[in-house]
Write a protein that binds this ligand. Structure first.
Ligand code: NDP
Ligand code: 8X3
Length: 250
């Protein structure tokens, strides 16, 4: 039986690309997300090496119940990819919607923490396993309107480093992948609440990263020798770079 990876947010974007790539390489993939229809379509396409698992990562009960439903031969997970996440809005902090902040924190911070806490004990007991968390350049570099989204991704980065400290000697690996601008996903459509035109403008005229680039990074990390731990992997499209200091007039 081939190794099992669990990827959250498998119904779109990075998660879907990760599922496709790992199945094509012979692994078995549990794909988790809320939208069952999307997971079913993917299961239809990918066949018996893909196991669709409906869950809302922001709801601990939903995570617990979904994981409890896994058949025994799918329950030893070699790699957890905490990918489910979202940005909502691009408003300044003094104008942003509290509900959006709560949803981002519950999904990007608590969702990732629930899955990690649930699956770590079996990895520690087995003295092997790997957790790859999807952070973002937004967790390192601030931008206007990035307020809580960027802060949730800073959490992802620091939580992952702190996990490394707790897991020393356990042989369990932890990495963060921190991508910059990446097109070909639903990310901006979700951020702009379904405004497809505004979402499209984000990527116009730029060769942005693509979901397959992130999937390749996940596979590369997973296939490194077991004594190697890449702590952080930051990726940007070549056309993305840094802004100068911003000085506001008094
Ligand atoms: P998409 O919007 O295309 O995909 C997000 C996935 O997360 C979907 O499958 C969605 O599934 C799932 N998801 C969202 N909320 C929940 C929830 N509560 N429970 C379970 N699943 C959930 O975005 P991307 O693929 O672009 O983003 C994936 C990750 O990468 C995110 O964490 C994002 O912050 C990060 N990222 C994205 C970048 C980009 O430029 N695109 C750059 C850097 C990081 P469903 O709606 O079916 O539940
Ligand atoms: C997504 C990249 O720059 O839109 O994490 O925040 S960005």
């Amino acid at each position: 039986m081939s190794e099992v990876i669990l990827v959250t947010g498998a119904s779109a974007g990075f998660g879907e690309a990760i599922a496709r790539l790992f199945v094509s390489k012979g692994y078995r993939v549990i794909g988790a997300a809320r939208r069952q229809d999307k997971l079913r379509d993917l299961a239809h396409e990918l066949g018996e090496r893909f196991y669709p698992l409906q869950m809302d990562v922001s709801d601990k009960d939903s995570v617990d119940k979904a994981l409890a439903l896994l058949p025994k031969d799918w329950s030893k997970i070699s790699l957890l990819v905490n990918n489910a996440g979202l940005a909502l809005g691009l408003d300044k902090a003094y104008e942003a919607d509290f509900k959006d902040w709560e949803t981002m924190i519950m999904t990007n911070v608590m969702g990732l923490s629930y899955l990690t806490r649930k699956l770590l004990p079996q990895m520690v007991a087995a003295k092997e396993g790997y957790i790859i968390n999807i952070g973002s350049t937004a967790g390192s570099y601030p931008y206007p309107g990035g307020n809580v989204y960027g802060a949730t991704k800073a959490f992802v980065k620091q939580f992952s480093l702190n996990l490394r400290a707790d897991l020393a000697g356990s042989h369990v690996r932890v990495s963060t992948i921190e991508p910059g601008l990446c097109g070909g996903t639903e990310f901006s459509k979700v951020r702009f609440k379904g405004d497809a035109d505004r979402a499209k403008q984000v990527y116009e005229g730029v060769s942005s990263l693509q979901p397959e680039d992130i999937a390749n990074a996940v596979l590369w990390l997973f296939q490194q020798p077991k004594h190697v731990n890449v702590n952080r992997l930051e990726l940007m499209p070549v056309s993305q770079s840094f802004g100068p200091w911003h000085l506001a007039e008094d």
